[in-house]
Design a protein around this ligand. Structure first.
Ligand SMILES: [Ca+2]
Ligand SMILES: [Ca+2]
Ligand SMILES: [Ca+2]
Length: 179
């Protein structure tokens, strides 16, 4: 009888331990989700911010950073673009940041996903070549969620596009956001 009681108690204990483990796992998963969402929101805010500065630059000085060819502005810049309205050479892509930094004190940050980098350039969006801000090393499913929330959810149409079809995976791809 005592042995039976002891066995029953052990099962109850086991059940409690399992419940506690389940709670801990749920908390960890919830924490990971919060962290994941925070990273995704950070990327969206970064890209919107850079887009805003890119357009402010154009509004104020009538040329795009990187593409601009004003020898006297911004002060201290070392590169002049070809002034064709597109960030269409690797040198322009590099020197967008110099112009933004000198003119508007904009700092280039790394993406919150390790190894991710923000870049200005241009590509054919299906309705003509347009300037974009991109982020590299973004999870496929993260890019998918951003496209679904801010565009049409399709990787090869609209203002938000990606380097690969969406498949809900953690594969790293590049996301392009038209400026
Ligand atoms: Ca210049
Ligand atoms: Ca250009
Ligand atoms: Ca899209």
């Amino acid at each position: 009888m005592i042995r039976d009681n002891a066995r029953g108690f052990t099962l109850v204990e086991l059940a409690i331990v399992l419940v506690v483990i389940a709670f801990i796992m749920a908390a960890v998963l919830q924490g990971q989700k919060v962290y994941y969402n925070a990273k995704m929101n950070r990327i969206v805010e970064d890209m919107k911010g850079y887009r805003q500065y890119f357009l402010i630059y154009y509004q104020r000085w009538g040329m795009y950073p990187g593409d601009e060819n004003d020898p006297n502005f911004p002060s201290g810049d070392t590169y002049e673009g070809n002034h064709n309205g597109l960030i269409d050479t690797s040198s322009e892509t590099t020197n967008v940041w110099e112009d933004l930094s000198h003119a508007l004190d904009v700092v280039r940050k790394g993406s919150p996903v390790r190894g991710g980098q923000y870049n200005f350039s241009s590509r054919d969006f299906g309705f003509g070549t347009r300037n974009y801000i991109s982020v590299s090393n973004i999870f496929n499913k993260m890019a998918q969620a951003i496209d679904a929330r801010h565009d049409d959810g399709a990787y090869d149409t609209g203002n938000v596009q990606s380097s690969a079809p969406y498949d809900g995976s953690d594969t790293l791809i590049t996301l392009y956001w038209r400026l």
